[in-house]
Design a protein around this ligand. Sequence first.
Ligand SMILES: Cc1ncc(COP(=O)(O)O)c(C=O)c1O
Length: 405
Amino acid sequence: MNASVKPAGALETRLREQLDQFRRDGVYKTFNYLETPQAPRVRMEGRGDVIILSSNNYLGLSDDPVVMAAGKAGIDEYGAGTASVRFICGTYTIHRELEAACARLVGTEAAVSFVSCWNANEALPGTVLTDQDIILSDQLNHASIIDAMRLAKAITKCETGVFKHANYEELDARLSAASDRQVKLVVSDGIFSMEGSIVNLPVLLEVCRKHGAICWIDDSHATGVLGANGRGTPEHFGLHGQVDIITSTLGKALGGAAGGFLAGSAALCDYVMQRARPQLFTNALPATVAASALAAIEVLEAEPERVARLRENTAYFRQGLLNLGFHPLPGDTPIVPVILGETAAAIRMSELLLNTGVFVTGFGYPVVPQGQARVRCQISAAHTREDLDQALAAFDQVGRQLDLI
Ligand SMILES: Cc1ncc(COP(=O)(O)O)c(C=O)c1O
């Protein structure tokens, strides 16, 4: 039999049909290939220079010379790969340094690094909960938390529940009803990535404390972004060091390469290192990435003015959109969504913006609820006023073309 001829089985047929349906519905994602580092302006294959307004490079550290040099030095010092999971022989001194820096940044006793925040989130509930416990999650939490809960339920038989977005009265009632549970874990994003809104941490913490529940914040979009020093949502509210567990990514403001971490008490981190399957059965974060992420944290600590610049740029861009007649979702974070309704409308707008040289991604169902498709702008401290003015001019042009303003 000719090995290159594959049987068109039921799976292939189904996948092809569904892909065709995505195309017919106008929701098929196309991938844009970049030829230069993440930066406010990049070269995009087939398009030339474009302004990026859809990246998590909030502090401009992805192409920062110090961060890049640290990654190169990391590869010289530690080699290309860890070639092992950590407890076998993949732990390097750079991992220990990085974890100390993560804990220092977010104000906890300890931290554990993972190859992604997805893995850190997935590791936590399934490792530490039991069938005596409950986990309650905000309805708009990130997909990795949703999947982590599904997994935890399957593995540990813990009880799981979802409360309506930011509805802390409901949370309060659910925690009252769960008073017989040994451990009550409550989880929320710090910044909700599709809305750009910030969790009401003082209220959330108060409800958690009232019920003796543990508060877990996923601060992936807030680390490096919120608070005067970029320490995240707790610093923003004057609650630095008071959240029990924080997970966050190294793949956004902190250099943007990859990796994530879980931060909390020394005992929690020790236990996770001993028992978490996404620690024990997968290779460690590559040392070069650990080295560049460590440098990114050190740059952030030395240059808090980057965070202030990010805030100024965000305020400038938001006001610019309002002046043009757009109605972005209100907020103070560098995530600025403009709701357009149907998925195809968001994709169309993002295509037209790209034709004018501005890269903004459109998001539709199922990433956001049906009828609330949007283009989501993300601002960086590295954007110049010229970049932002050019992006606003593109919004003006496309907004008129689509009769939106
Ligand atoms: C809130 C939140 N948590 C977790 C993640 C996953 O982060 P990582 O890319 O490190 O897996 C993301 C990334 O989109 C996120 O927005």
